[in-house]
Design a protein around this ligand. Structure first.
Ligand code: FMN
Length: 215
């Protein structure tokens, strides 16, 4: 598959076939995902592939209350999202069926391997994630390349202590995302809904568009 096609079509997959994802397919995806960049090449990311039914159910049970709260906040307008109603419905079905996804990959990261160069600023710190999420997206692309769908979620990070206890994640490691993985029930999207380049790229100063909008 062309890289650009994979990038355009690696959408969030929320409905899965029951077919398990073979170890070889996962291996090949992890094998290429690891080439993502991380600060100082410290390679902080560890993955836990959760296939055990009881553990998936425990994770799904932890996820659902956070989804329900988020869902009602979206529904009553107190939290704004760009997603269309169909996507929200799909995310709701996903939340209620999370225990049945073929695998849930818990993304862990070693705190000592992160280097948050923005931690002292008077705003939310994001740089630690920059050593984690490139490899997560690499994983999603590598799965897509093999016909496997994925859904990156972060709501379960609220329950990091419970997840750590359930999966034996040691002190010094955090949870950064939970990625549902499986063969899609439906077709992959042909193009995702994203802002045009003209709206997001500027030159030399924040408010000078680099690319003119066609009139
Ligand atoms: C940080 C992050 C957290 C997300 N959390 C959830 C989640 O908890 N539940 C969910 O259904 N989708 C989640 N998503 C998927 C987004 O909703 C999805 O990427 C977005 O709606 C765009 O849809 P698309 O990827 O299919 O184009 C998350 C994505 C990211 C990057």
């Amino acid at each position: 598959m062309e890289l650009s096609e994979a990038m355009r079509t690696t959408g969030t997959c929320r409905h899965y076939a029951d077919t398990p994802v073979p170890d070889e397919v996962l291996y090949d995806a992890f094998e290429v995902a690891r080439f993502g960049p991380q600060g100082g090449n410290r390679q902080p990311v560890r993955w836990i592939v959760v296939r055990d039914e009881a553990k998936k159910k425990a994770l799904a049970d932890l996820y659902l209350p956070y989804w329900e709260a988020y869902y009602s906040a979206i529904s009553d307008g107190s939290v704004g999202v760009g997603a269309v109603p169909k996507t929200i419905r799909s995310a709701n079905e996903f939340a209620h069926n999370l225990a049945t996804v073929p695998a849930l990959i818990v993304v862990c990261a070693e705190v000592a391997g992160l280097h948050p160069t923005d931690a002292e600023l008077d705003r939310i710190s994001v740089v630690a994630g920059a050593s984690i999420y490139p490899v997560v997206q690499n994983l999603c692309l590598a799965l897509r390349d093999q016909g496997v769908g994925s859904a990156v979620t972060t709501l379960l990070c609220h329950e990091e202590p419970a997840v750590s206890e359930l999966l034996g994640i040691p002190e010094g490691f955090i949870t950064a995302a939970h990625v549902a993985v499986g063969y899609p029930r439906d077709k992959f999207p042909t193009k995702l809904n994203r802002s045009p380049v003209e709206d997001t790229v500027s030159v030399d100063s924040f408010d000078t568009p680099l690319f003119a909008t066609e009139s």
